[in-house]
Design a binder for this molecule. Structure first.
Ligand code: 0WD
Ligand code: CA
Length: 358
């Protein structure tokens, strides 16, 4: 990685900003989202090497009642935090082209986690984010920008944050096996290097999008539908319920964007004991929360998503500086988003960590 010693150069280009919609008003229009079509899947192995196979696929099994989510914590192989680079996804797109299984007309390419952040922004009142936007042949490549300071922060979780993160991974292990009809039980020690990822193509309004994301497991041998696994604190009382319904917005879009039809939630005690399980059909979630006190409206998110992506596209292309340029988007909760063209030095810094796009 190229590190530049000089202090950041002041940005020379004007900032363009977009404020987001009020969540108190109904969506101004209805933006369709095309059913995601799978293009390719790939696996990361224990050495974090990418291979175009389903070696890392997992199969759903019922977890034992009362399972201990702190089990084998000391044996967790913890992948170091990485900057949200697009490398794996770009390799997958090259492989799709090499196989000739369609040269998809693309508008936007990104990881699913980034798309989830974009779409849920109208309801986000706490965590901001920043993206790098690269343009090549009319396609926008969106990746999360994580500053060195932020990366260090993420790497230095408190022991309490670490164990809570681990509960989620342990739940995945209790709920999955490497073979379809394996008995219930511990699925193997947690190694966060290992991942099974899927790439889909879809369309939000007029914008064509290619999205890659991690899939936790599939159900059955014949009926191999994808399942997302989540943990959440036991619900006791209305406050907890409202908090959970708010969380469902992120659960919903995360799975919806990749076409994952089912979300299995394990409810746990603060100490990490699994109490109850509940399965949600992804497409039914918006209806479940409608009319509730903490309700959200998926249509507001989809409308916003299309506005946001076309705004970036228009600004960059109208800026007349499209190919090879790198832009930064900054989202500030309750305010809106800003788009800035990075100057030469900043751009080089982004590109130093990136495989060549295209
Ligand atoms: O390390 C990072 N900062 C990032 C890594 C940022 C963005 C992406 N990625 C990687 C992911 O690890 C994965 O290989 O890109 C690929 C696609 O990720 P995604 O599906 O777009 O990621 P997202 O939807 O944010 O998260 C999916 C799962 C998480 O499951 P839960 O149920 O917690 O949402 O990916 C895992 C996690 O299990 N995951 C991570 N695991 C270890 N370190 C991380 C991370 N930083 N981020 C997501
Ligand atoms: Ca999960």
């Amino acid at each position: 990685h190229l590190r530049l010693g000089a202090p950041p150069t002041p940005r020379l280009h004007a900032v363009v900003s977009l404020s987001y919609p009020s969540t108190a008003q109904p969506a101004s229009r209805s933006v369709p989202f095309q059913r995601p079509l799978p293009l390719i899947s790939f696996s990361y192995n224990k050495n974090r090497e990418l291979e175009f196979s389903d070696a890392a696929i997992r199969y759903y099994v019922e977890p034992p009642p009362g399972a201990d989510l702190g089990y084998a914590y000391e044996r967790w192989v913890h992948r170091p935090e990485e900057k949200g680079r697009l490398d794996g996804l770009l390799r997958a797109i090259s492989e799709i082209r090499r196989r000739g299984t369609g040269d998809p007309v693309i508008g936007v390419i990104s990881w699913r986690g980034v798309m989830t952040k974009i779409l849920t922004a109208p309801y986000e009142d706490r965590d901001g984010w920043e993206l790098n936007v690269m343009v090549e042949n009319g396609t926008l490549y969106l990746e999360e920008f994580i500053s060195d300071a932020r990366l260090e922060e993420k790497d230095n979780m408190t022991p309490r944050q670490r164990i809570q993160t681990y509960y989620g991974y342990a739940f995945e292990s209790w709920c999955t096996a490497s073979q379809p009809d394996a008995p219930s039980g511990w699925g193997g020690d947690v190694d966060t290097n290992v991942q099974w990822c899927n790439v889909v193509k879809t369309k939000l309004g007029d914008v064509r999008i290619i999205i890659g994301g991690e899939v936790d497991c599939v159900r059955g041998i014949l009926n191999d539908t994808m399942v997302e696994l989540k943990t959440s604190m036991n619900i006791s009382g209305h406050r907890d319920e409202a908090r959970f319904e708010k969380k469902l917005l992120k659960f919903y879009f995360q799975s919806f964007l990749l076409g994952v039809p089912e979300i299995v939630v394990g409810f746990r005690t603060p100490g990490g004991q699994l109490k109850t399980m509940q399965s949600f059909k992804t497409l039914e979630i918006p209806r479940m929360v409608r009319g509730k006190p903490n309700a959200w409206d998926a249509r507001i998110c989809l409308t916003w998503g299309e506005d946001f992506l076309t705004w970036i596209k228009h600004t960059i292309i109208l800026g007349g500086n499209a190919s090879g340029s790198v832009w930064r988007v900054k989202f500030t909760p309750c305010t809106g988003v800003e788009l800035t063209l990075l100057c030469e030095d900043e751009r080089r810094e982004v590109e130093a960590g990136e495989d060549r796009v295209g």
